[in-house]
Design a binder for this molecule. Structure first.
Ligand code: CUA
Length: 319
């Protein structure tokens, strides 16, 4: 929760606040283009002003010979733009490999599936599965492979790298190589339906030891219900429709339509970055998810007060 609050500070989700080599390349290119276009704009405005003033002072009677003007037009209308375009082309050619995955260099792979409207995240060969949150170790290039199970989405974490299209039937990849520990917000960047705006995720970059602890915990099945109250909460969940859509490793719940709940209590947010992961929001989400995120696939749940409290206790124990 504290980490989620901290993401509100500073330049979160901005291309101009780079935290990786790739993002730095993109922001440098952006600044070069901004400064270049500002200079071009200033020169054009100045020339326009000079032209207008000259015309006024000389009046229309006196006509200037065409040839210096023609040379001027050729220089500023053809030669200079050609030089600018070639420079931009070279800079872009230089930036492309720096923001693209270098084959064989990534030391860790993460699979991300875009779904209406959340991100399903798995770590191959570990059994770890989570949602709307990608943990990566600082200083290690991580190959994030993306695909979609429904429509076209786009994964964009501006502080770490460029956008990558998330297309059904195709796997694209992008490398996240964070230079500093932190929480970087990402967002679906391709209109994908009603809840497109509520399809965010967090990339948590942490020191290697902390990352290994996290991955090892996420790879394990859910902690067993340790007392009678948690057992009751588990029974509420397994006795309801929840288990048909959600998976909790180590229990009978094995649905794949909704986000994996095995370690839901360890996550920063609920509903793909829409609300914080706290008891009150979780209760509101369970009772009336359509109020918070209209159109999502989760139906309202009709639970008694005691059942809801037991279910919340159980879900909060899934660390
Ligand atoms: Cu997914 Cu927009």
């Amino acid at each position: 929760m504290a980490i989620l609050c901290l993401t509100g500070c500073g330049g979160a989700q901005s291309t101009l606040s780079p935290h990786s080599g790739a993002a730095r390349t993109i922001s440098s290119l952006w600044w070069i283009m901004l400064v270049g276009s500002a200079i071009v704009f200033a020169v054009v405005v100045a020339l326009l002003a000079i032209g207008l003033l000259q015309r006024r002072s000389r009046g229309s009677a006196q006509r200037r010979p065409l040839s210096p003007g023609t040379r001027f037009v050729v220089a500023f209308g053809a030669v200079l733009p050609a030089i600018v375009i070639v420079c931009l082309f070279v800079l872009t050619l230089d930036a492309l490999p720096k923001t693209s995955p270098a084959r064989g260099k990534a030391r860790l792979e993460v699979d991300v599936v875009g779904r209406d409207w959340f991100w399903d995240v798995t770590y191959p060969k570990t059994g770890a599965r989570t949602a709307n949150e990608i943990h990566i170790p600082v200083g290690v290039p991580v190959d994030v492979r993306v695909t979609s199970s429904d429509v076209i989405h786009s994964l964009w974490v501006p502080e770490l790298n460029r956008k990558i299209d998330v297309i059904p039937g195709r796997t694209n990849d992008v490398v996240f190589d964070a230079r500093q520990a932190g929480v970087y917000r990402g967002q679906c960047a391709e209109f994908c339906g009603l809840e497109h705006a509520h399809m965010a995720l967090y990339v948590v970059a942490e020191p290697q030891a902390a990352f290994r602890r996290w991955l090892s915990n996420e790879s394990a099945p859910a902690p067993p219900a340790a007392n009678a109250r948690l057992e009751r909460g588990q029974q509420v969940l397994l006795g309801s429709d929840c288990e048909y859509c959600h998976r909790i490793a180590g229990t009978n719940a094995s649905g794949t339509i909704g986000p994996d709940l095995t370690h839901i209590a360890s996550r920063l947010s609920l509903a793909a970055g829409t609300i914080p992961n706290s008891r009150g929001y979780l209760a509101g989400w369970i009772l009336d998810p359509q109020h918070i995120k209209p159109g999502n696939k989760m139906p309202a749940t009709n639970l008694s007060g005691p059942d809801l409290q037991a279910l919340l206790d159980y879900l909060e124990s899934l660390r």
